[in-house]
Design a binder for this molecule. Structure first.
Ligand code: UDP
Ligand code: MG
Length: 332
């Protein structure tokens, strides 16, 4: 059944690439029966990207261009596009050709089969030995040990989402956005689609080391409270050491060797370990409160409804969740 599909494509300084990419995209979608809307988000490009997008929009009626006021970063540009997209299905992909448009038909088929999220996964991360591959593997290892939300290693921001999944994602108003984690967090039936990323069509990566570090820290700090709770475990460890120290000192008394103990050592050591332990545990408590405050200020929805059925009114519940949220956001 044909459906309306929005394509969300963030671009930053991709002059010389945009037109090539668009031609590649057209080849794929022109052969499909669905109605497409193509939304390019110009993330404050400072080269000729804006002019090229104008040309593309002039030649293709399906193209809309959203220009951000400055460079806000990939995740923010994607969020802007997702909030604006209106299709029954929304597909996000990079504008540099590394997310092959040739996968779109298969993604749409999977959505039609009932998956709300078709998440692609880069295959080269498993074998590659370049700086990017190694840091990427290390990053996913770390985040999956720290966070309660499972984030697929090699997950790319190349995915298809049903309307209700997009509504759920847009209803998360948090400022620091790590979309791969947020998409995993909202749940819904998900399928992983592996792919081999082709080379860039031209130009070079716009993800500087600084931008990569920011993405990683957004991921760690918005999907894990573990760093805040470190004090609790350290405090526990210190109290345990205090117990060991008491046993050690007692062993001298039991065997009658107490005179060999340095005077003052036992009591000083004991007080040090106890005081250190208590301070760290109290810091851990403060960390827990800050963690709770942090979760509150993120203002994530408390739950997301997948489906509601039966009863008189069969309007989908998830839609209503999205609607009420939208109203709330515009009321503010
Ligand atoms: N991008 C963006 N804003 C930025 C950085 C990148 O919109 O601040 C876009 C970029 O134009 C591309 C996509 O995000 O379409 C992915 O960036 P890139 O290809 O540079 O990342 P890589 O594939 O090297 O990880
Ligand atoms: Mg790329």
């Amino acid at each position: 059944m044909p459906q309306t599909v929005s394509l969300v494509i963030p671009v930053y300084n991709e002059s010389g690439v945009v037109e090539q990419f668009h031609a590649q995209l057209r080849q794929v979608i022109d052969a499909l029966p669905d109605e497409f809307g193509i939304l390019y988000v110009n993330d404050g490009s400072s080269d000729g990207t804006a002019e090229e997008l104008e040309k593309v929009a002039e030649a293709d009626q399906r193209v809309t261009v959203l220009e951000l006021s400055r460079n806000f970063g990939h995740q923010a540009a994607l969020s802007a596009g997702l909030a604006r997209a209106e299709g029954d299905v929304v597909i996000s992909l990079d504008g540099d050709g590394q997310h092959p448009p040739a996968l779109i038909p298969e993604m749409l088929k999977l959505v039609e089969q009932g998956y709300d999220i078709v998440q692609t996964q880069r295959l080269d991360d498993a074998q590659g030995a370049s700086f990017k591959h190694i840091t990427s593997r290390g990053f996913y290892w770390l985040i999956n040990r720290m966070s309660g939300t499972l984030i697929q290693p090699g997950a790319a921001d190349f995915r298809a989402m049903s309307r209700r999944a997009v509504d759920a994602l847009v209803s998360m108003p948090e400022y620091h956005r790590f979309l791969r984690g947020m998409v995993a967090w909202i749940g819904f039936p998900t399928v992983i689609l592996p792919y081999l990323p082709p080379e860039r069509l031209g130009g070079s990566s716009k993800y500087s080391l600084k931008k990569m570090l920011k993405l990683a820290s957004d991921a760690v700090f918005s999907f894990s409270l573990m760093p805040l709770y470190l004090g609790l475990s350290l405090g526990g460890l210190f109290l345990f050491l205090a117990v060991l120290e008491v046993i050690y000192v007692l062993s001298f008394w039991v065997t009658g060797r107490q005179s060999t103990l340095e005077p003052g050592w036992s009591s000083l050591m004991f007080v040090l370990l106890i005081v250190g332990g208590v301070i760290m545990i109290l810091l851990g408590f403060i960390g827990m409160y800050i963690g709770y405050i942090f979760q509150e200020v993120k203002r994530r929805p408390v739950f997301i409804v997948r489906r509601e059925y039966g009863g008189e009114n069969s309007e989908s519940a998830s839609q209503r969740v999205g609607e009420s949220r939208k109203r709330e956001l515009t009321d503010r």
